[in-house]
Design a binder for this molecule. Structure first.
Ligand SMILES: *Cc1c(COP(=O)(O)O)cnc(C)c1O
Length: 345
């Protein structure tokens, strides 16, 4: 990898800033499993307040946040409805199944990541295996980081409420969704009983996610986090980074979205590239390479030019993600490098 690579593989690649590192170094800590790490407690309270929820639980990753949430909502033999393009289904299903005895049923996500109320209604089972949970995702990672509008979420949560089934929102990038939709984050979060989000993606912290929800739900989730090995001791050191991110990196997310849109507009006119820049809602750009360009070789040559990207759903489908460590000057550089590489085929 070149020394000053423009790393567009994911928004998880950010490194803590100097200010964030200072906050980490200065963090007051205690043993969080014993309940006395003040920085973790401040983070959990701040995250919950930000989403309009009663309580929060700091966990190691987005995967653990979803797993602990599913294990708290569902019993063995229960079903959870998830989107057909959801991260929970594609990357985390084995956890829910193997550790929780929870089976997942997929509701179709359209190309923009939406699920219809009619479909969810049709999938709901009132008798065993009963539907114990409905999961929504926002932004919808595999659907190009699409921001799911409030009306679409309400359609599904309305059915859930009517039938007395709780809703979990995998909001790994929910701050990106709120920014893109120009909707208050609490209004979006209100559509879920529990809502999780990642500090380690667009918010730029090195580690961690949080589960938010009613106080009694979080109290039930706490021993389950411990059960899956998520009890962390002087976690205030990393929680301080997450707290810093929450306080300083939310307001800048529209910059990442503007960068992604400029990148998409630059790429859309290139030969071999299939991309509609109007579908780039947030910080994720997906495009399809036609068969004349081998996707694996494309990524290799682009990396030699100092631009890294990924392909998460097949070699011809390329993903570029903007984040805190990608500057506005990097965008034209990445566009030019991509054009050069495409000309080489
Ligand atoms: C990244 C992601 C996760 C998992 O988060 P990790 O911290 O990588 O475990 C879950 N859901 C969505 C939608 C994600 O994008």
């Amino acid at each position: 990898m070149p020394a000053h690579a423009i790393d567009l593989r994911s928004d998880t690649v950010t490194r803590p800033t100097q200010e964030m590192r200072r906050a980490m170094a200065a963090a007051e800590v205690g043993d969080d499993v014993l309940g006395d790490d003040p920085t973790v407690q401040r983070l959990e309270e701040a995250a919950a307040a930000r989403l309009g929820k009663e309580a929060g639980l700091y966990v190691a990753s987005g995967t653990m946040a979803n797993l602990v949430s599913l294990l708290t909502h569902c019993g063995r033999g229960d079903e959870a409805i998830v989107g057909s393009e959801s991260h929970i289904l594609h990357h985390e299903a084995v956890g829910a199944t193997a550790l929780g005895g929870i089976s997942l049923r997929a509701a179709h996500n359209d190309a923009r990541g939406r699920v219809t109320a009619e479909e969810v209604r049709g999938l709901l089972r009132p008798v065993p295996p009963r539907t114990a949970l409905i999961c929504l995702e926002n932004t919808q990672n595999r659907c190009g980081g699409a921001a799911i509008p409030l009306a679409s979420m309400r359609e599904v949560s309305g059915v859930a409420r009517e039938l007395g089934v709780p809703v979990h929102i995998d909001g790994a990038r929910i701050f990106n969704a709120a920014a893109a939709l120009e909707t208050d984050i609490r209004t979006l979060a209100a559509e879920g009983d529990s809502v999780t989000f990642c500090f380690s993606k667009g918010l730029g912290a090195p580690v961690g996610s949080v589960i938010t929800g009613p106080a009694d739900f979080i109290e039930r989730a706490r021993p389950i986090r411990r059960m899956v090995g998520g009890g962390m001791r002087q976690a205030g050191v990393i929680a301080a980074a997450a707290l810093y991110a929450l306080e300083h990196h939310v307001e800048r997310l529209p910059d990442d979205h503007a960068h992604a849109r400029r990148l998409a507009e630059g790429l859309a006119s290139m030969p071999h590239v299939q991309l509609d820049p109007t579908e780039v809602d947030t910080n994720i750009v997906f495009f399809e390479l036609d068969p004349a360009v081998d996707g694996v070789e494309f990524r290799r040559r682009l990396a030699e030019e100092g631009v890294l990207c990924s392909s998460t759903t097949g070699p011809q489908r390329i993903r570029m993600v903007t984040h805190l460590d990608v500057t506005s000057e990097d965008i034209p550089v990445a566009i030019d490098a991509t054009a050069r590489v495409l000309r080489s085929f």
